[in-house]
Design a protein. Structure first.
Length: 93
């Protein structure tokens, strides 16, 4: 291995790369909206089937939050905005 190969820098993936890094859309419990309302939102916004949406709703209720979708920050932003329009709190981590 040559010196040039040894000193070649590797890309720094530790920073917050909002376009390529996998992130999670987290739905937070609010103690305000009904189960049916949240289930309907998950089906319409995320494309979950009824069973998956129901499971996410129960996890959110009992654990306080649930990872409902994964992708890049930019791909998750429209989903976050759609939940905000329905007054449901989400974060992207």
């Amino acid at each position: 291995m040559t010196t040039k190969e040894k000193t070649k820098k590797q890309p720094d993936n530790s920073g917050d790369n909002k376009t390529g890094r996998d992130s999670s859309l987290i739905l937070h419990n609010d103690e305000v909206h009904s189960f049916d309302y949240v289930i309907k939102a998950l089906v319409e916004i995320c494309g979950h089937d009824y069973v998956q949406a129901t499971q996410c709703t129960y996890i959110t209720h009992f654990k306080g939050k649930c990872d409902v979708k994964q992708g890049s920050f930019n791909s998750l932003k429209p989903f976050k905005d759609a939940f905000a329009e329905r007054e449901l709190k989400t974060t992207i981590d």
